[in-house]
Design a protein around this ligand. Structure first.
Ligand code: UDP
Ligand code: MG
Length: 200
């Protein structure tokens, strides 16, 4: 792969109010890391001022890359496009709305250096969300846990760091109807099975 060490993938849909602040905070955090980085914004068919704001950021900062969808394809597809495009050895996915603090990324990087392949952020507090959203989100994650054989951590969004080999495995699996956070765990289980097999 190229010379990029860290890729940050940011799906963006109608986030004109926060996109500049998100960029500034991510930039500040990534500048302090020990390697080169890229910020990949995926504009998922926004119809507010997001698109123009991102184009301006992209024009002035060579570390910023922009994937611009012609229409809204949805969060999971936006993340997938960003991860497919990412060149880094470690890939971070983070929402643009700053519900996940970028300042946690260095802690994830430390864990990655310790040898972990997937490090996920867990939402302790769902700030600024309605009670209905909080309750349905809680129910959703618990329901999902019962429904699937994959061991899903509760209350996690898509805020996570994955190693290059997990990113490659996601790409290779070719699943089109993606629930990325579940798929990551599934491909990881396979990867680790593969490692165990080769060791035997
Ligand atoms: N998003 C997107 N496409 C969509 C909806 C959302 O790219 O169709 C982006 C959004 O801008 C944000 C992230 O995906 O950066 C998560 O979206 P949201 O905050 O709505 O999700 P939640 O916080 O409820 O998990
Ligand atoms: Mg959100």
């Amino acid at each position: 792969m190229g010379s990029v060490k860290y890729s940050v993938v940011i799906p963006v849909f109608n986030e004109e109010a926060v996109v500049e602040v998100a960029y500034t905070r991510l930039k500040r955090v990534m500048e302090k890391t020990d390697g080169s980085y890229e910020l990949i914004f995926v504009n998922d068919g926004s119809w507010d001022r997001t698109s123009g704001l991102l184009e301006r950021i992209c024009a002035r900062d060579p570390m910023v890359k922009l994937i611009d969808f012609s229409r809204n394809f949805g969060h999971q597809i936006a993340i997938t496009a960003g991860m497919d495009y990412a060149q880094g050895e470690a890939i971070v996915v983070i929402d643009a709305d700053l519900q996940d603090p970028p300042e946690v990324i260095p802690l994830m990087i430390e864990k990655w250096k310790d040898g972990y392949d997937v490090i996920y952020g867990r939402r302790v507090e769902r700030e600024g969300e309605t009670l209905l959203k909080k309750v349905t989100a809680k129910l959703f994650y618990r329901f999902l846990r019962r429904m699937t054989e994959v061991e899903m951590p509760v209350d996690t969004g898509d805020f996570r760091l994955i190693d290059r080999k997990v990113c490659n495995a996601l790409w290779e699996c070719g699943e089109r109807n993606r629930y990325v956070r579940g798929l990551i765990i599934a491909v990881c289980n396979q990867l680790h099975d593969a490692v165990t097999c080769t060791r035997q």
